[in-house]
Design a protein around this ligand. Structure first.
Ligand code: SAH
Length: 224
């Protein structure tokens, strides 16, 4: 069943405080990138999940968003964005694969000059589009119903690419769509998965294997 979009003010006074507690917890857990913390502090995570789960939105847990997909826990979102920023002033032109609920899209939008986001499941994309339309500051976000594993060639190259589903290996097309000094972050692996950061440098691609993670698989094709 598709989650019902919620009213922006539906949860009342508790959510700004709950969000503040989430940010303090992220800081305690070692997230030090102030731009990531500010962006996550500004996005009301509870409106991206079903109303019945909204009270759990600021907990350190992954939440189901329907269609066997999950919204990653705040710590994972924060860590991936911190890795993606790699100390840069802005993410620049960004590509997101697997926008799901649209939560990470909203956070990324605050850190990017342009944002292209692909999602393969049509009803998830429709819901994310409707929720994201509530934010005037996210008008530069382009959502597309597509298999993102091949990237978004007609808008490439990208300064930042982030993938929210695990691939068995780094898709060559994503690597190819990085701009000079561009950064790609994605979970790689099947049984065992790790976050990888790939950078395009003058000397070729650098590759770092970082944290162990658990993501849903990157799937081929689109679903109506
Ligand atoms: N970041 C999302 C959660 C993503 S869950 C959020 O904030 O809610 C992973 C998402 O990747 C799912 O929505 C899934 O449908 C999508 N996905 C998996 N393979 C994909 C592909 N090849 N192209 C586009 N989206 C894909």
């Amino acid at each position: 069943m598709i989650a019902k979009p919620q009213n922006l003010t539906g949860i009342g006074m508790t959510s700004p405080r709950a969000r503040g507690r989430m940010i303090s917890r992220l800081r305690q857990h070692g997230i030090a990138d102030e731009a990531v913390l500010a962006a996550m502090g500004a996005v009301p995570r509870h409106i991206f999940v079903d109303e019945a789960l909204a009270h759990r939105a600021y907990e350190e847990s992954a939440l189901p968003i329907g269609f066997h997909q999950t919204l990653s826990r705040p710590g994972t979102v924060a860590r991936m964005l911190e890795i993606l920023r790699a100390g840069r002033a802005s993410l620049g032109r960004t590509l997101e694969i697997g926008s799901g609920s649209g939560y990470q899209t909203a956070v990324l939008g605050r850190l990017s000059s342009e944002l292209y986001a692909a999602e393969r499941i049509a009803p998830l994309l429709a819901r994310a589009r409707s929720v994201l339309s509530n934010f005037p500051e996210l008008r530069h976000v382009r959502l597309r119903h597509a298999d993102g594993a091949a990237g978004w060639a007609d808008s490439a190259p990208f300064d930042s690419i982030i993938v929210a589903a695990a691939a068995p290996f780094v898709p060559p097309s994503l690597r190819a769509q990085l701009s000079h000094e561009g950064v790609l972050v994605l979970p790689v692996g099947e049984e065992e998965q790790y976050l990888y950061r790939i950078r395009k440098t003058a000397r070729g691609f650098s590759e770092e294997k970082l944290d162990p993670v658990r993501f849903v698989p990157l799937l081929a094709g689109i679903e109506k």
